[in-house]
Design a protein around this ligand. Structure first.
Ligand SMILES: [Cu+2]
Length: 167
């Protein structure tokens, strides 16, 4: 809804800017109208499709490191409460990502994680992070209690793995 408001204001600004020519004003008006329609559709559809559940608790930090000592998540094992979040921070040795195995994650958890993981590069896989201080935050709100093993796809063979316990 806030986006809609912004679109309307932008449309009005365009109209004001185009006041020099009568023809241009008409063109801008017709161009602005359809822009409002697609903006409204995703906003209304998102909640029905399983929206991301926001973090309501603590946001924990896990570093993603690749150096002389190997490739690893630090800490590799972490326990969080439902409603907490984890911010994965790229430190060195990238590219790193966070990937859960869709074949072993229970259906209910899968649906929640899918909704809570933005910018997925594949099913239950985060985007790749190449540069220091890039980060990726996953909300565990709505994720059922359990143990969730994950890994870094590029460094799976180098044992870059972790376990998140949701209690
Ligand atoms: Cu990695």
């Amino acid at each position: 809804m806030r986006f809609l408001g912004f679109a309307v204001v932008t449309g009005a600004a365009l109209l004001l800017g185009a006041c020099g020519g009568g023809d241009k004003a008409a063109t801008t008006d017709s161009a602005a109208a359809p822009a409002d329609v697609p903006a409204a559709a995703p906003a209304d559809a998102a909640p029905a499709a399983g929206a991301m559940a926001p973090i309501t608790g603590t946001t924990h930090e896990v570093k993603m490191i690749g150096d002389g000592a190997g490739y690893r998540f630090e800490p590799a094992n972490i326990t969080v409460a439902t409603g907490d979040g984890i911010k994965f921070i790229m430190v060195s040795g990238g590219p790193h990502n966070i990937a859960f195995d869709p074949a072993v994650v229970p259906a209910a958890a899968k649906a929640a994680l899918m909704a809570n993981m933005p910018e997925q590069s594949g099913e239950l896989s985060s985007k790749m992070m190449l540069n220091a201080d890039e980060s990726y935050t996953i909300s565990f709100a709505g994720v059922p209690a359990g143990e969730y093993a994950y890994n870094c796809t590029p460094h799976l063979a180098m044992n870059m793995k972790g376990v998140i316990t949701v209690k």
